[in-house]
Design a protein around this ligand. Structure first.
Ligand code: GLU
Length: 482
């Protein structure tokens, strides 16, 4: 059987971590097996669906590097790929289910249904629809119609049946049909429900494996009943585990940003996020945690998807992202850094080529201290400000050293006379400061560092001084002399 898998988001909000992981697992499975990956839109929740969310989801997928072979925007043999544009398909099949006795009109009101649910719960039973409208006579129906009650269409769930799901992740899972209750497949506005439309689409689009979040496991027996009623072959299923926060409660906003767009906006790199998402519930085994998309694709199997919940660990994401930031070309990082630096007031709007070349030097140093690009604004003040601010206690202490004055004066004379500040020339000048002052080690480095950066720790002086430039370096030494 050739592999055909799909991601079928409901466009009711931005693409979340969980959705992105479902999309990625499907994509990986398709790519690993040389199969096809489809993306289609489940927008039957008309009130909550929007084109804006749809665009957000598709943009986020593309940003992550997830492409699709068929579906929304790219087209394919089963167009259209938005459920609200396929309503005729569902309506026709709904009629067929009525004709074969698998579905029936139900006129129960909200109040009646609520009363039924309550009564069942009071008896300690599962709240479900008990089939009041299962066998209405044509006269009963006519009465309801005359009263202007629009019916919903319910699926007639067979009694005393065990529904078995063979799931790649969860193994064999069984459900009793008696616990299900006749469920709605067409709403009173003649729009299909998720459980019905998803089956029709998966069948029409020849989906071989349904890979989706565990929260849909309880929907699966309903879907299986529909496949059986229509005499269709069922796909295989794989329900991937929930994502929990570090405190083991369901992942939510409390645990950090939940949408892909938020991570993009904070300056995370897609290759880091994809690496991280892949490890949310999947592992190739072994200690290694850093994988390119290409490597994951080669190793990905559904059998290695874990049964227990995945834990969303933001520290791990930050660690991975920091790793990728240190690997990325400086030019690319600089482009990402510019909007943050502009926003923080460090950078002007229009940047000359020269300024960008200088910025690349700043980014090359600062990237060693950050987990995501937005953090760069906290590590660049020494390159932009005319003067430094000394806030640390340790640094204030260094300012009182008796060696301060001679180091400042010697360094100032040497730097002022220098033609050009390069790593090499700065190294040589710092050596010369030592020779001329008769001081060594920290008694040279600490005063210089505090005067030029305001801090006692940080990148090598010979790396940062050429980037800070001669004018600012001299000004800071002068300020320290005063
Ligand atoms: N629209 C559903 C969701 O976003 C898709 C479920 C499925 O993959 O069957 O959760």
């Amino acid at each position: 059987m050739s592999v055909r898998v799909r991601f079928a988001p409901s466009p009711t909000g931005p693409l979340h971590i969980g959705g992105a992981r479902s999309a990625l697992f499907n994509w990986l499975y398709a790519r690993h097996h040389g199969g096809k990956f489809l993306v289609r839109i489940e927008d039957t929740d008309i009130e909550r669906s929007s084109r804006e969310s749809e665009k957000n989801i598709l943009d986020a997928l593309r940003w992550l590097g997830i492409d699709w072979d068929e579906g929304i925007e790219v087209g394919g043999p089963n167009e259209p790929y938005r459920q609200t544009e396929r309503l005729e398909v569902y309506r026709k099949l709904a009629k067929e289910l009525v004709a074969t006795g698998h579905a029936y009109d139900c006129y129960c009101s909200e109040e009646e249904l609520a009363a039924e649910r309550e009564a069942l719960m009071e008896k300690g039973e599962l709240p479900r629809y008990l089939g009041k409208c299962r066998s209405l006579s044509p006269e009963d129906k006519a009465k309801f119609e005359a009263a202007g009650r629009p019916p919903v269409l319910r699926f007639r769930v067979p009694e005393n049946q065990i529904i078995t799901i063979h799931d790649y992740v969860r193994g064999q899972v069984e459900f009793e049909s008696n616990g299900i209750g006749d469920f709605i497949i067409m709403k009173s506005d003649n729009i299909p429900t998720y459980n019905f439309a998803v089956v029709v689409d998966d069948h029409d689009m020849n989906i071989s494996h349904v890979v989706r979040a565990e929260e849909h496991l309880s929907n699966t027996p309903r879907q299986i009943l529909i496949y059986d009623a229509l005499g269709w072959q069922k796909p295989d299923f794989a329900h991937i585990s929930l994502i929990l926060g570090k405190d083991r409660s369901k992942m939510s906003k409390r645990h950090g940003a939940t949408s892909i767009e938020q991570y993009q906006n904070l300056g995370y790199l897609p290759e880091a996020l994809v690496n991280f998402l892949a490890l949310l519930g999947w592992s190739p085994g072994g200690e290694e945690e850093i994988f390119t998309l290409e490597e994951i694709k080669e190793q990905f199997t559904l059998e290695k998807v874990a049964k227990n919940p995945a834990v969303f660990d933001i520290d791990k994401l930050n660690w991975l992202n920091g790793h990728y930031i240190r690997q990325a070309p400086v030019g690319r990082l600089t482009k990402l850094a510019i909007p943050f630096l502009q926003e923080a007031g460090y950078l002007e709007e229009n940047l000359s080529q020269e300024r960008i070349a200088w910025l690349e030097q700043v980014v090359a140093i600062a990237r060693n201290y950050i987990s995501y690009m937005q953090e760069i604004t906290q590590h660049v003040d020494i390159f932009f400000r005319d003067q430094v601010e000394v806030l640390e206690e340790d640094a204030k202490q260094v300012q009182t050293w008796e060696q301060m004055s001679v180091v400042m004066k010697t360094a100032h004379a040497l730097f002022a006379a220098a033609e050009e500040l390069t790593e090499e020339s700065v190294k040589a000048m710092i050596k010369a400061v030592g020779k001329q002052s008769g001081l060594k080690g920290k008694f040279i480095f600490q005063p210089l560092r505090v005067a030029i950066t305001g801090r006692t720790h940080g990148p090598e002086l010979h790396q940062i001084i050429p980037v800070i430039g001669k004018a600012k370096t001299l000004a800071r030494l002068e300020a320290a002399i005063k």
